[in-house]
Design a protein around this ligand. Structure first.
Ligand SMILES: Cc1cc2nc3c(=O)[nH]c(=O)nc-3n(C[C@H](O)[C@H](O)[C@H](O)COP(=O)(O)OP(=O)(O)OC[C@H]3O[C@@H](n4cnc5c(N)ncnc54)[C@H](O)[C@@H]3O)c2cc1C
Length: 540
């Protein structure tokens, strides 16, 4: 999701008819086209190191070390935990990251043309109640002013033109289809628009907004929580919101934010997408913050601040709390191939929860997630040299109607356009969801596909929006995420409310990851980093 939340409100009324077919899904990946362009690229597979660990687990440690507080995982949540600890004067900790750089799903890269994201690429402006996040963004220099009257810097707010949709052979402004929609589509969208407006300000019996960010600030009134027990697809059907245009758009949105379609995502999560953000003031209109490297901009700030605490190429496993209360773990160093036994007072597990059963010795009371809660994604970074006219027409986000991919963002969008020579990096996002397959089945189907299989598909996707694009591609790097992010499928929010992160606190172990919230958003990473740091400072 990007600004389309607000576009929905803005362009709530549309006109005329479009066919929507069940086009998403990986079945069509079977048809492989030949690559036309003459370019090369890298293939990055996120799962390589995890697989290497399988052999290491059987080895015996050769060194003993003591780290008072170990943070396992240098994604945004682990880094924010460290940020808040250090900010409050607690410095006896290390953040151990298994990859060769920190960042997780907010990683980025750079080439001679631009920096570019490998995952997260924007942050919506926070709700005014989210004071800790507003303060954090202000501390980073993204905003100035009093907390009640905060002003975000134009430099970092996504500039216009923001979004366009390629539909019926043409580009139109905004992601909500205008072309080829009929009166019935228009009425249904209008009804959904009213429903969203109603839920946005509605509060439950506990006085909390029904939908809020962070997730745990949302109302727990059972009258609304029951929306977690049905799929978003069923909710839309129940409300007569079945038009092809509505269904395409809703499905696009849930795929974009959660990597899952409307049949899997709960109605609660589907509505949360649209209804959980309230403008800071009448001018902000739900803008977003973005940078060429996406959330890698925030990542760089955090890694600079924490440079003495981050150790990369280190995987932590065999985590257990002894009867003495000491937390033991094993740390494997991928560079030196050394395996150490580590003793700590506390351990923060900031890795994804589906890995917990493999990493914790005692399997009781671990969060109730499984590998099928995480679908795979492909992210491609394509360096191109466009003609000046085409370059000028680029929007920040460029989407094709009914495509399997989510389209691409343009890395040099925030640059001054007049200065460009037409070169830029396009980051194309492709969630590998199929409503008829489990995430494990999808992984199996794509497991043998490599760069040479994906490059022609990505190229064909670009060609379908920009005929002739293949010839201006300079390079195409592709990353596969086997288990990209947790999807808030039906029932997930109920599991979140059981507070699985509390189960091991008495044993010195804290869970901090966006998985704690059941959905993977920067704001949730911030919430958990901040909260877990406060808990450690209080009890530690
Ligand atoms: C393609 C994609 C696009 C996205 N776009 C956006 C966006 O635009 N905006 C947004 O807000 N969110 C977006 N997200 C969601 C993103 O996941 C979150 O914003 C955030 O980056 C999650 O951070 P995290 O620290 O909770 O988890 P992760 O990023 O999963 O970090 C966990 C870290 O733990 C490490 N780790 C795991 N196990 C071990 C171990 N045993 N030892 C050591 N290290 C370990 C991993 O290597 C990883 O670095 C996107 C996600 C993806 C995949």
């Amino acid at each position: 999701m990007k600004t389309d939340r607000r576009e929905f409100i803005k362009y709530g009324l549309i006109t005329s008819s479009i066919f929507f077919g069940s086009v998403y899904g990986i079945k069509q990946l079977k048809s492989r086209t030949k690559r036309r362009g003459n370019y090369t690229g890298q293939w990055l597979d996120q799962s390589d190191r995890g697989h290497q660990l399988r052999d290491v687990i059987k080895q015996e440690p050769t060194a003993n070390i003591k780290i008072p507080l170990v943070i396992v995982g240098g994604g945004i949540t682990g880094l924010l935990t460290g940020y808040y600890l250090k900010k409050n004067g607690f410095t006896d900790f290390k953040i151990l990251e298994m990859n060769s750089s920190a960042g997780g799903n907010s990683s980025y890269s750079q080439n001679s043309v631009s920096k570019f994201p490998w995952g997260a690429h924007y942050i919506p402006l926070p709700n005014k109640e989210n004071v800790a996040l507003i303060e954090f963004l202000r501390d980073l220099g993204l905003a100035k002013g009093d907390i009640r009257n905060i002003e975000f810097s134009d430099e970092f707010l996504c500039q216009d033109p923001q979004e366009r949709l390629f539909i019926k052979g043409e580009w139109q402004e905004s992601l909500l289809p205008h072309k080829g929609t009929n009166e019935d589509d228009q009425k249904q969208l209008h009804r959904f628009h009213e429903l969203v407006n109603d839920y946005k300000t509605k509060k439950g019996s506990d006085g909390k907004y029904v939908f809020s960010v962070p997730v745990l600030d949302s109302s727990q009134d059972p009258n609304f929580l029951k929306l977690d027990q049905i799929s978003f697809a069923d909710f839309l059907k129940e409300h007569g919101l079945v038009s092809d245009v509505v269904v395409w758009y809703m499905n696009y949105c849930t795929l974009d934010d959660y990597g899952m379609g409307i049949e899997s995502v709960s109605a609660w999560a589907g509505l949360h997408y649209f209804c959980s953000r309230r403008s800071l003031d009448s001018n902000d209109d739900h803008k977003i913050l973005t940078w060429p490297e996406g959330n890698g901009w925030v990542l760089q700030k955090l890694t600079n601040y924490l440079k003495d605490h981050i150790e990369t190429d280190r995987a932590v496993f065999n985590i257990r709390t002894e009867t003495s209360g000491v937390v033991q773990s094993r740390i494997y160093n991928f560079e030196t191939k050394e395996l150490s036994e580590c003793e700590s007072k506390h351990l923060v597990y900031a890795g994804p929860q589906f890995l917990a059963p493999y990493l914790f010795k005692n399997k009781q009371n671990l969060p109730d997630v499984n590998v099928d809660d995480y679908f795979s994604w492909i992210v491609a970074n394509i360096t191109v040299k466009l003609n000046p006219d085409e370059f000028q027409k680029l929007h920040w986000d460029n989407v094709r109607f009914q495509s399997q991919s989510l389209g691409y963002v343009h890395a040099r969008h925030q640059d001054l356009r007049g200065r460009s020579d037409g070169t830029t990096v396009l980051t194309l996002y492709w969630p590998l969801y199929d409503k008829d397959l489990t995430a494990t089945e999808v992984r199996k189907k794509i497991s043998k596909l490599k760069w040479q299989d994906w490059a022609p598909r990505v190229e064909a996707e670009l060609e379908s929006m920009h005929p002739g694009m293949a010839s201006v591609i300079h390079s195409m790097d592709i990353k596969v995420y086997g288990h990209a992010m947790i999807g808030p499928r039906v029932g997930r929010i109920h599991k979140v409310l059981k507070q699985p992160w509390n189960a091991r606190k008495k044993q010195g172990v804290y869970f901090a990851h966006t998985d704690n919230s059941g959905m993977s958003l920067f704001e949730e990473a911030h919430y958990w980093g901040h909260r877990v740091a406060q808990e450690i400072l209080k009890h530690g």
